[in-house]
Design a protein around this ligand. Structure first.
Ligand code: HAM
Length: 428
């Protein structure tokens, strides 16, 4: 036997037994997001590297060390997208979507790529459900977007999601906060890891994100961004919280949450659950009022979130039998005995498939017993046996395995069989 080739570390297959659940999550997202006025956008997986450098920020972990970047035949540096927001905004600007309506609400699903250290809940290729609202800076929109997110998470059966919020200020107050942090860490340099020592120069806010215990310890007494907010940002934050209260939405203010991307302004949020362990964020997002302009578009405010598909599904796995039942269960299994019966089954099987009935048969000429065993294993609701007798009578017995009932049906009665199987007509 030849040596096998396995998938790359951190790249995971989503197997047929899992895809039913993924489809259910996608369908629910489409329904919920549509009720809130969102339309789908599909964007490329590969973009010019500069888009992410400018969009996410050069001094972020993502851009510094996690992007899959390559030189495309010596012409351009290209990157497998590490997130969707930058690409959505690029497309929004490129196609002047702002000219179509003052407010644009977009969602997209798809794979993202980050070269992080793989572990449970953290992959190098993972999937996001991403939603963005462009063109409105009213703080009530921030609450409305979160209402949609939490409603969706509950609708797919996620138990106990916890909402954490913060404000990250704007271009007026962020420099003030940056100085407060720089002043705070001065004289404490020795206690920090080499990464944080570098971050002090490049992006002091990122120190809050460091996982190293000694750095975390020092940062527990650091000033927080809420201490530095300007009047406008404080007012936005207060009104955002008021709107959450209107929805009776429980939340916690986490003043140390800074998010891993640099485009955020004002509102930032994360949804966590204790069940996920170290990788506890199932979703994250926030406002980015400067991003459209930074990427060359008009001065347009924006806010959005992304949900980690794998993390969400892992949390649902325990209790979602229903979705897994969708997996590969034929409506009907036709067992055929003998060559002529095989021919009849082959024609009937494919006629029914063209009518939308998921039908299976055996092509290997196995014994009746082994064919029925397979039908049982596949959990088919209906079976039909075709042998010499049935061919002579031009009809076979359709059996409802669940109800233990059966009735004869003619081979030509395709519409009748279809209606019975679809539950539109009684069997007998
Ligand atoms: P993010 O917090 O980097 O935000 O990612 C959002 C979610 O994607 C995380 O909460 C997590 O569930 C999932 N995720 C991230 N990295 C991985 C990974 N390596 N493996 C598995 N899941 C992962 C963003 O990406 C922003 N673009 C969200 C946003 C949209 N902000 C505004 N609009």
């Amino acid at each position: 036997m030849k040596e096998t080739i396995n998938a790359i570390r951190g790249f995971k297959d989503i197997l047929p037994r899992e895809t039913g659940q993924w489809q259910m999550v996608e369908e629910t997202a489409r329904q919920v997001f549509s009720a809130f006025g969102f339309n789908e956008i599909r964007i490329p997986i590969v973009e010019k590297t500069d888009l992410f450098k400018r969009g996410i920020g050069e001094a972020t972990d993502i851009v510094e060390k996690e992007m899959y970047t390559f030189l495309d035949r010596g012409d351009d540096y290209l990157t497998l997208r590490p997130e969707a927001t930058a690409g959505v905004i690029r497309s929004y600007i490129e196609h002047s979507l702002h000219a179509e309506d003052a407010v644009t609400k977009l969602y997209t699903f798809g794979p993202m790529f980050r070269r992080e250290r793989p572990q449970k809940g953290r992959y190098r290729q993972f999937h996001q459900i991403d939603a963005e609202i462009l063109g409105i800076d009213d703080p009530r929109i921030d609450a409305e977007l979160i209402l949609m997110l939490m409603h969706f998470l509950t609708a797919v059966g996620l138990a106990g999601p916890k909402l954490e919020i913060n404000s990250l200020g704007c271009k007026e107050c962020r420099p003030v906060f940056r100085k407060m942090i720089t002043d705070f860490v001065r004289g404490k340099e020795e206690g920090f890891c080499p990464d944080c020592t570098r971050r002090m120069q490049t992006n002091p806010l990122r120190i809050f994100d460091c996982k190293v215990e000694t750095c975390r310890e020092i940062m527990t007494s650091a000033p927080v961004v809420l201490d530095a907010l300007c009047g406008a940002c404080r007012d936005h934050f207060d009104r955002f919280r008021e709107a959450l209260t209107i929805f009776n939405m429980p939340y916690e203010v986490n003043p140390r949450m800074v998010r891993g991307l640099d485009y955020y302004t004002k509102t930032a949020f994360e949804v966590t659950t204790e069940l996920l362990g170290a990788q506890n964020a199932v979703a994250g997002g926030g406002r980015y009022d400067g991003l459209v302009k930074d990427l060359g578009g008009p001065d347009t405010p924006g806010i959005g979130f992304a949900i980690g598909f794998e993390r969400l599904v892992a949390l649902m796995q325990a209790h979602d039998e229903d979705c897994r039942c969708r997996h590969g269960r034929p409506d009907l299994f036709i067992a055929a005995m003998g060559e002529e019966a095989q021919g009849m089954a082959f024609a009937l099987c494919n006629k029914l498939r063209l009518e939308g009935i998921r039908t299976e048969m055996d092509y290997a000429g196995k014994s009746l017993k082994s064919q029925m065993k397979r039908a049982d294993k596949l959990k088919c609701r209906y079976t039909m046996i075709i042998g010499d007798q049935e061919i002579a009578n031009n009809q076979a017995t359709l059996r409802d395995m669940q109800e233990s009932r059966q009735a004869p049906v003619g081979f030509h009665q395709i519409v009748h069989i279809k209606k019975v199987i679809k539950g539109e007509k009684p069997l007998d």
